[in-house]
Design a protein around this ligand. Structure first.
Ligand SMILES: [Zn+2]
Length: 145
C-alpha cells in the first residue's frame, strides 16, 4: 500500500433525495430533510485515503458522517490543501452562507466548539457556485478565519 501524507481540509457536498430519519451513532436520531448538506472535515495525514474512504460504501461506521453517507449521495468534494488547522474556520464560512441550517447539533464537532460540522441547505447555495458542482478534488482557497 502506498504511503500518502497529504494534509488538508475538505468539504463533502451531499444530496439527500428524500427526508430520512437516521441514527447518528451516540449523537442520537435526527430527521434529515431532503436537500443539500455540506460537511467539513480535515485529515492532517493521508487526505486521499480519507476521501477514498468516504466514497466507499462497505465500511465500519466510525465517524458521524459515515451514517449519513449510507443514505445520501456524495455529489462532490472540495479540497483545501493545507497543514494549518483551519477546518473550523472553513466550517464557519459554510455556516455563514445564506440559507444555512443546523439539523444535527454536534455532528462532526465532538472535538471542537463549533455547533456542527454538517450544514443543511434546502437549495444548494448559489454562493458555493460552480466549484461545488465539480465532481472531486477541486482545490480552492479558504481565507484564514
Ligand atoms: Zn469545528
Amino acid at each position: 500500500m502506498s504511503q500518502e501524507h497529504t494534509a488538508g481540509v475538505y468539504h463533502l457536498i451531499l444530496r439527500l433525495p428524500e427526508a430520512r430519519a437516521l441514527r447518528i451513532g451516540r449523537l442520537g436520531r435526527f430527521t434529515f430533510p431532503a436537500g443539500c448538506y455540506v460537511y467539513t472535515g480535515s485529515a492532517m495525514n493521508g487526505l486521499e485515503r480519507r476521501l477514498h474512504r468516504h466514497r466507499r460504501h462497505c465500511k465500519r461506521l466510525w465517524w458521524h458522517i459515515d451514517h449519513l453517507l449510507r443514505a445520501a449521495e456524495l455529489e462532490g468534494t472540495v479540497v483545501i490543501p493545507t497543514r494549518r488547522k483551519i477546518e473550523c474556520g472553513c466550517n464557519r464560512q459554510v455556516l455563514a452562507l445564506p440559507g444555512a441550517e443546523v439539523i444535527a447539533p454536534g455532528f462532526g464537532s465532538s472535538d471542537c466548539r463549533c455547533r456542527t460540522h454538517l450544514v443543511y441547505f434546502a437549495q444548494r447555495p448559489e454562493s458555493l457556485g460552480a466549484r461545488m458542482a465539480l465532481p472531486l478534488l477541486t482545490a480552492r482557497r479558504c481565507p484564514q478565519a
